[in-house]
Design a protein around this ligand. Structure first.
Ligand code: FMN
Length: 339
């Protein structure tokens, strides 16, 4: 019997995607505060051929010191990336000893550097590699801890998508999340959600759909095309921090509040201060600009603000600008959207 993710009893699960360099402990804290996500996933931990020390795990996932939960109580899964079955198994077991509730494996990373050392999406060229890595991990891990995988539809093309999903299932994984694009397709729209429905016909383990969900409407379209109830949100959750809440409230047939620009300004200020308090002083202003680049994709007000912020380098200047902007911006006006 493979362990399940039944600890998440929601009939339509929502997960916050792992995003290296973007969704760190602070972003996870902020994006899970509404409790709309069933779980989130760490940025990937790169495994070569060594057993990593405890401090590496806790640096990647400070929530390990809080029972692998964000402050709002949302579970955090540990993601590993690598191709050495023994090292992956050993590090999975260390993560579990440290309390990780679920181990996830990254077969989607498109980075040249990672792919050149045979990690991430390049393994999709050989479904046997997925099987080798996952089955070694599954054998070594305690029976009760779920092992999950996240993959793209392929590397150059989608010809081995079904075989890859079957390999994940055969190796004993409990769930597979599919980012509906190949490595070569990168992040270019569209995401090919209909491919997920094809794969679902061929495997029995739960499948979660991912890719290009920016709005409630995208979520509904993705569910329909992928025939998946369970969805992972990536950049859309960063661009619209209340997207998961909008979806959850829609599912519960509640009227839902849509956050407005003043709320997002307060989120930005919180992030700036939290990043500084966390000791990452040099990076704090850049992080706000990085986040604004995502806001700009979905919110017109963010473009004008980005113009004011883009040349600022110091966190004090950025803090002043945010405080001024908050003072100038009318208080949050929630749009009540009824169904
Ligand atoms: C900046 C960035 C970093 C990412 N890092 C990871 C990662 O560490 N692990 C992983 O499995 N996927 C990673 N991804 C892929 C996302 O988890 C997700 O699959 C992808 O962004 C597609 O979903 P979206 O269109 O909703 O953003 C990353 C994506 C981005 C944009």
């Amino acid at each position: 019997m493979r362990p399940t993710l039944m600890m998440y009893s929601n009939p339509m699960k929502l997960a916050l995607a792992p995003m290296e360099g973007l969704v760190d402990v602070h972003m996870r804290t902020l994006l899970t505060r509404s409790q709309a996500f069933d779980y989130c996933v760490t940025e990937f931990l790169r495994i070569t051929n060594q057993l990593l020390p405890e401090r590496v795990f806790t640096r990647l996932c400070p929530e390990a010191l809080n029972g692998w939960q964000t402050p709002s109580g949302t579970p955090v899964h540990l993601q590993l990336l690598g191709n050495d079955p023994v090292a992956m198994a050993d590090n999975a077991c260390r993560g579990i000893e440290l309390g990780a509730p679920v181990i996830d494996v990254n077969f989607g990373c498109p980075s040249k550097c990672v792919n050149n050392s045979m990690g991430g999406s390049i393994l999709l060229k050989e479904p046997e590699s997925l099987y080798r890595v996952l089955s070694a991990m599954r054998k070594a891990m305690p029976e009760g801890t779920p092992l999950t995988a996240k993959m793209r539809l392929g590397y150059e093309d989608k010809s081995r998508a079904l075989e890859n999903a079957q390999a994940v299932q055969a190796a004993g994984a409990s769930m597979l999340c599919i980012h509906a694009r190949t490595k070569v397709e990168g992040y270019k729209p569209p995401a090919h959600w209909e491919w997920i429905a094809k794969i679902k016909q061929d495997v029995n383990i739960p499948i979660m759909a991912n890719g290009e969900i920016w709005t409630l409407e995208d979520y509904l379209n993705c569910q329909q095309a992928s025939e998946c109830d369970d969805i992972m949100l990536g950049r859309g959750a960063v661009a619209t921090p209340d997207l998961a809440l909008q979806i959850r409230q829609y599912q519960n047939a509640q009227a839902h509040d849509v956050q407005a620009w003043p709320d997002y300004l307060n989120d930005l200020l919180w992030m700036l201060r939290t990043t500084v308090d966390g000791g990452n002083i040099k990076f704090a202003a850049d992080r706000i600009k990085q986040w604004l680049a995502f806001f700009k994709m979905q919110h017109v007000e963010a473009s004008a603000f980005f113009e004011k912020a883009k040349r600022l380098k110091h966190h004090e200047e950025m803090e002043q600008l945010l405080i001024q902007e908050i003072a100038l911006t009318p208080a949050a006006t929630y749009h009540m959207v009824t169904q």
